[in-house]
Ligand binder design. Sequence first.
Ligand SMILES: *[C@@H]1O[C@H](CO)[C@@H](O)[C@H](O)[C@H]1NC(C)=O
Ligand SMILES: *[C@@H]1O[C@H](CO)[C@@H](O)[C@H](O)[C@H]1NC(C)=O
Ligand SMILES: *[C@@H]1O[C@H](CO)[C@@H](O)[C@H](O)[C@H]1NC(C)=O
Ligand SMILES: *[C@@H]1O[C@H](CO)[C@@H](O)[C@H](O)[C@H]1NC(C)=O
Length: 250
Amino acid sequence: MSLCIRPIIFLFLPLFVCATQWLQYPASGIATMTHYTLPENDIASCGCTAESTHYPTAALNQMAFGSSTAFGPACGRCFKLTLLNTFLSNPPFYPTVTKSLVVKVTDLCPLSKTGWCNGTVSGPNAAGNYLNFDLAFPSSSIPSNFFPSNVTLYGYTDFGVWNISYQSVSCSSWSGFKNAAALGSVPSLADGACCPANPTGSSNDTCTSFSDKNGVPPNTASSAATRQFGVSVELAWIATLLIPLMYSPH
Ligand SMILES: *[C@@H]1O[C@H](CO)[C@@H](O)[C@H](O)[C@H]1NC(C)=O
Ligand SMILES: *[C@@H]1O[C@H](CO)[C@@H](O)[C@H](O)[C@H]1NC(C)=O
Ligand SMILES: *[C@@H]1O[C@H](CO)[C@@H](O)[C@H](O)[C@H]1NC(C)=O
Ligand SMILES: *[C@@H]1O[C@H](CO)[C@@H](O)[C@H](O)[C@H]1NC(C)=O
């Protein structure tokens, strides 16, 4: 749940432009997995150390991540992800081997109108899932043949999107957990970073939402039209308030 913080001047307005809520999700379930390029040693949205990229990491879709920028409650959390089947390919590919890996969430997959990170409280992504884990791949920590394939049948090896099962796990099962340099956040980022070594969901070890903390609307991409509308209405209200003041006789 998020409470959208609005500048005090707008509080009395009847129009609520940022009523969007973050997704609450169970500790295990079905999700989709995509992959993206995160160069080794790059600092991603949560501000986890560069060394974290030497181990499996993922970006989580914005509304499950819990912030539209910087860090959110998902930062640092670890999940065991298991590949189930592909569904963009025809026919779907059901691998005969079971492949899993444990990732640490270090990045935000921005909300969009379409695409795999577009799950919101009002609906899932095109695969019917609310969660998408965008795996940083290729990665020196993941074998290049991690994703099963059948090139004889499909003519290609990268299926792009997988149906997966996910399970929230202790980060003690993440391969980077024994390397202190791969844990925590970049000190120079100070309050702009949050990357707990092993968050449990308890408020004492889990990140807050940077968006909520700083009054940034949770839903910046898909509600752009609503926001413009909201802003113009708010500007109209300011004008209504200020113009009589400006023209009032002294
Ligand atoms: C996400 O995008 C897909 C198309 O790619 C669409 O079918 C689906 O309704 C969208 N979901 C939301 C919540 O907007
Ligand atoms: C690949 O697909 C072909 C054709 O369906 C099948 O005979 C073969 O067993 C498959 N190989 C693997 C590794 O799944
Ligand atoms: C994903 O896998 C689950 C579990 O096997 C299954 O119930 C679901 O239908 C699959 N979804 C798609 C889109 O293939
Ligand atoms: C957080 O609080 C729980 C009890 O609510 C406690 O068991 C745990 O040790 C605390 N963790 C930290 C990092 O302080």
